[in-house]
Design a protein around this ligand. Structure first.
Ligand SMILES: Cc1cc2nc3c(=O)[nH]c(=O)nc-3n(C[C@H](O)[C@H](O)[C@H](O)COP(=O)(O)O)c2cc1C
Length: 194
């Protein structure tokens, strides 16, 4: 068994309703296919939003372990110091978390995971959910609680922060669920995993 096969995938969820359902589906598929063990980390907002959308059962079914943001120093990041993870996925990533990461903040569990992943040279895949799907499209259709659909127009600052983050070392930014899936598959199919 290679070193990467022995390690786990760290998956952080932030307080985004947009693409939350789809991200949980990707997590469930990973578990069903038994490709890698996954630990899930929730921002404080994510813990609330998952309950608001009624996705608690799906989360528990899809994750192996779930950690919440309950400490000032983000205690769970020590797993990165112990080399437990091969990859960090942050999906869906709110505009808030993307902005903080793009400017080097690490003042919450998720932003700390991203910072510590970078400092321990673990690659990150970030699915920035508030991006426009294609050139010339200015809005996205986002799922609100109770399956209401709302139009969301990402602001220029949100798009600029995504672009800034995509320049960071060891960071791949996905701007659609298909791109997230593709990037994740590529990572899990790297020869070093065999
Ligand atoms: C129902 C609901 C849905 C939300 N959906 C989004 C979203 O799709 N994208 C986003 O950037 N923020 C969204 N938010 C706002 C974030 O939860 C809020 O900015 C929070 O502070 C983010 O914290 P975090 O980045 O630490 O998870 C939503 C809030 C609520 C109450």
């Amino acid at each position: 068994m290679s070193t990467l096969q022995k390690q786990r995938l760290a998956w952080a969820i932030t307080g985004s309703g947009h693409y939350l359902r789809e991200c949980l589906d990707v997590l469930q598929a990973l578990k069903n296919q038994n490709l890698t063990s996954v630990d899930v980390f929730l921002s404080r907002a994510a813990a609330e939003i998952i309950k608001q959308y009624g996705f608690q059962t799906q989360l528990e079914a899809a994750a192996h372990r779930v950690f919440q943001d309950k400490t000032a120093s983000s205690v769970p990041v020590e797993f990165f110091y112990k080399g437990q993870y091969h990859t960090l996925v942050i999906a869906p990533a709110t505009s808030n978390t993307v902005a903080k990461m793009a400017y080097g903040f690490s003042d919450s569990l998720v932003t700390n995971l991203y910072a510590q992943a970078g400092k321990t040279r673990v690659p990150s895949i970030v699915f920035a959910c508030d991006t426009v799907p294609a050139l010339g499209v200015s809005f996205i259709e986002s799922e609100a609680p109770r399956e209401n659909i709302v139009k969301v127009f990402p602001r220029q600052i949100d798009l600029d922060n995504v672009a800034k983050l995509s320049q960071f070392e060891l960071t791949q930014v996905a701007s659609s669920i298909d791109e997230l899936q593709k990037t994740l598959n590529q990572r899990l199919n790297e020869p070093s995993f065999k």
